[in-house]
Design a protein around this ligand. Structure first.
Ligand code: HEC
Length: 164
């Protein structure tokens, strides 16, 4: 190893140590705020992106855009049920709506109608559970009907509580 490289390595180690110290102080501050607006927004939009990840391919089968595949459908229904059990409401603390977070589409009405919002989430959870049970039973017609019911729970909440 030549001297130049050694010097360079020492410098980057020093920089890493300094940066580490800085980010540690920073992360302490962050921890106090992990449940506030922006992280909550990240949590809920990430969770709902996963809903979409499972819902979209099932929708494509129901609409006939791709051939119906009962096994694949059941796997997607399994995924949706699992992620719907993860408490979405944790991602909606007070003061984390559109007036508080840039880019948020969460209407302030959510917190004025909290019981209704909670109920809408509960409906998604129970319909997703039913969808998995019906998918496992394998009757294509019943599966398609239950898919529509499940997808409608997303739309019903978005219509009232999401802008755009
Ligand atoms: C209880 C209400 C509720 C239910 C049920 C619900 N959503 Fe949402 N969803 C919202 C709200 C509110 C937002 C806006 C969040 C924000 O921008 O802060 C949103 C945002 C989204 C987004 C945009 C995420 C982003 O990156 O901006 C997607 C995608 C989404 N929902 C998909 C779904 C799907 C699919 C379902 C059903 C399986 C669903 N949601 C069920 C309330 C709900």
């Amino acid at each position: 190893m030549n001297k130049q490289i050694k010097k360079g390595m020492a410098l980057s180690l020093l920089m890493a140590a300094t940066w580490g110290g800085f980010s540690y102080a920073h992360s302490e501050h962050f921890t106090e705020n992990t449940r506030t607006a922006k992280p909550s927004y990240d949590f809920r939009t990430a969770t709902m992106s996963i809903y979409k990840w499972y819902l979209s391919p099932m929708g494509a089968m129901v609409k006939g855009k791709v051939p119906f595949d009962a096994k694949a459908f059941t796997e997607y229904a399994e995924g949706l049920k699992a992620i719907s059990q993860m408490d979405l409401l944790e991602g909606f603390p007070k003061d984390s709506g559109e007036d508080h977070v840039d880019d948020s589409d969460a209407k302030e009405e959510i917190w004025a109608n909290w019981d209704d919002f909670k109920h809408k989430y509960g409906t998604l959870q129970s319909e997703a559970k039913n969808l998995l049970a019906i998918a496992k039973a394998g009757d294509e017609k019943a599966i398609k009907a239950q898919f529509k019911k499940t997808a409608a729970t997303c739309g019903s909440c978005h219509k009232k509580y999401k802008t755009k």
